[in-house]
Design a protein around this ligand. Structure first.
Ligand code: PHE
Length: 341
């Protein structure tokens, strides 16, 4: 009897100390004390060892213990619905769980900016296929077969059809627009282009260009220059200087390359501009009469200008990205740096 009393005392102390805080904890308690193999059942089993004359007292003791064990369970029974209750009383002042969202790729952001600058002065966007035929990528652009200028661009050919290439420049879209024969033309053509180059920090086998084309009556080189001055000011800021250097492209005559004052050193000379103070950003020129003729456009009546720039190059100048490979490695540590733009 004495040992039974001691046991019960111990259990009661344990019950007093138990404060379930969740449905799971309450269930653990229930199984421990009130379950079919629980302590209450177990201790009632000990009645058979109690001498006859003490059975009455022992019975009262055990009943009281059982009531105490059950009372505790009743007291915390509300926890069984705690999940539902919890949802009802959520702390709405807590910060929400943020979902991982992507950001725009820096090249896309810069492309969008370039496009919107030209849209403001009346250019519309045109696109074309990345797998191009020889005519649109080369021949119609005044680069007939065996023309040495084809060597300027290392071309990927499509194995199944030697007439197909991965376009080496967005000038192929120029060709497709002129082919439609609707004058005047004022388009901007963004897109991905491919060249068979060994991948390094300074060269890649694919990159992005934005091409511009304007054909109308009386379009002059002065119009070309004004358009590009406007672009540079919008893109790189009021104080950026511009210069043109004579150059060669088969589809423009005269042709030029355009430099701007270095965006890193402002023209003082640094490693980016190879200590010249100038960086090249695009090629341009007056559309070659042969090209107009290829599309049955009379060069006596219509003239036009075209220009083409590399989006990677512009992005490098704006954000000082010095390795071209970063653009396509999809490293989030790189991409996250453009999150706030
Ligand atoms: N297509 C030329 C290139 O890829 C760029 C260019 C476009 C030059 C239009 C002149 C006019 O290098």
């Amino acid at each position: 009897m004495q040992s039974l009393q001691d046991k019960i005392k111990q259990y009661e102390a344990d019950i007093d100390a138990t404060v379930p805080t969740s449905a799971d904890e309450l269930e653990t308690y229930r199984i421990k004390y009130l379950g079919t193999k629980g302590i209450v059942k177990d201790i009632f089993g000990e009645m058979k060892n109690v001498p006859k004359e003490q059975k009455k007292d022992a019975g009262q003791l055990l009943n009281a213990f059982k009531q105490k064990a059950e009372a505790k369970f009743e007291e915390y029974k509300h926890l069984q619905h705690s999940k539902a209750v919890k949802a009802d009383v959520q702390d709405i002042s807590l910060p929400g769980t943020t979902l991982p969202v992507g950001t725009r790729h820096p090249l896309r952001m810069v492309e969008n900016k370039i496009v919107s600058i030209f849209e403001k002065i009346g250019f519309s966007v045109a696109t074309g296929p990345e797998i191009e035929d020889d005519w649109h990528n080369f021949t119609s652009l005044n680069m007939p077969e065996n023309h040495t200028a084809r060597d300027m661009q290392d071309t990927f050919y499509v194995q199944q059809n030697p007439d197909w290439v991965l376009r080496t420049h967005t000038s192929s879209v120029q060709a497709r627009i002129m082919e439609q024969g609707k004058m005047p033309v004022r388009v901007i053509c963004p897109g991905r282009v491919y060249r068979n180059e060994t991948i390094s920090a300074r060269a890649h086998c694919f990159f992005h260009q934005v091409e511009g084309l304007y054909v109308d009556k009386n379009v002059s080189f002065a119009d070309l220059k004004q358009t590009l001055y406007y672009f540079v000011k919008e893109m790189f800021g009021e104080n950026t200087k511009v210069r043109f250097r004579p150059s060669y492209f088969p589809f423009t005559e005269p042709s030029a390359e355009m430099d701007i004052s270095c965006t890193v050193c402002g023209g003082d000379g640094c490693s980016l501009c190879k200590h010249t103070g100038w960086v090249e950003i695009l090629g341009c020129g007056m559309v070659h009469p042969n090209m107009l003729r290829n599309f049955d456009i009379d060069p006596e009546e219509y003239t036009g200008f075209a220009f083409g720039m590399g989006v990677e190059r512009i992005t490098q100048l704006l954000y000082r990205v010095n390795d071209l490979r970063l653009y396509s490695q999809n490293d989030v540590r790189f991409l996250r740096q453009f999150e706030s733009l």
